[in-house]
Design a binder for this molecule. Sequence first.
Ligand code: MTE
Length: 328
Amino acid sequence: MEGPMTRRIQPRIAPSEITPEAVFRDRRRVLAALGAAALGGAALPGLGQSPTPAGGAASRLAPPKYARSERWSTKETPTSLEDVTSYNNFYEFGTDKADPKANAQKFRARPWSVEVAGEAEVRGRFTLEDILRPHALEERVYRFRCVEAWSMVVPWLGFPLGDLLQRFKPTSRARYVEFTTLLDPGQMPGQRSPVLDWPYAEGLRMDEAMHPLALMVVGVYGQWLPNQNGAPLRLVVPWKYGFKSIKSIVRIRFTEREPRTSWNLSAPYEYGFYANVNPAVDHPRWSQAKERRLGTGFFATRTDTLPFNGYAADVAGLYRGMDLRRYF
Ligand code: MTE
């Protein structure tokens, strides 16, 4: 049941304290109504408002149009589509690698909306279509390194996170940005166990978020994201451990102070806020010096992990003068 990231933990909440699903759903209906009101109000720069189209699985949508970005793509051989979509971490659907694919098929990733809050001039709730409309999609082949010491090479489809964040006009007080995943134990069976303090949350410093490598991802291998990979909208931050790449985002909040993040809250000595890939700083329970590339066979030689996952030339400057052992 448990991957290396989880330890055997005592449930911190008694099952009796968990909101019964009916109450939870009712609360969601009220929240959804409030959200609908906000949708009518705020206009996102560069767009008009669009109605939310009828829902539908990613497979029923027209395929995404995109152009390949050579500038930001590695020449390494991509991991197979099969491995990318069947060996997943998405604890909302279970802690085994095969659970997300098995349990996320009925997840409703459309219609979808994202709430924007905090230190920004433009706030409110926006439909997925409003979020996506002005952005040209790029295919970028990135290395992806999980904190559990396995890695992949993935052809993501997305657009620079910074281009999206700028549309909300962050104020001068915005020093960080927090991302939150949907909370819906009805659809996400993993949220019925206290493996993490739900909903899953992650964050970046603003300069990290504005870096051109930070990608808002909507697809993989030329298709819209499968549910198990974080449909319909997820982050990919290729120089950081995979747990920073939060899936199925419903909220973006600009903050003055460093946001609390799920894995850091769960095990602060094991998972830092920064989580930059660093072969010189071991996880307390295993080495980070090497990695196992998926698809190269279980007995394949482990290859060396590179500082910042091989993106040091692009991103090391963000951390100049910082003690990377302390801010791990
Ligand atoms: N996002 C949410 N909401 N829940 C999760 O459990 N797991 C993280 C990250 N994003 C996770 C998440 C971890 S540990 C990794 S390695 C990547 O998603 C895995 O992404 P993939 O399944 O698309 O390879």
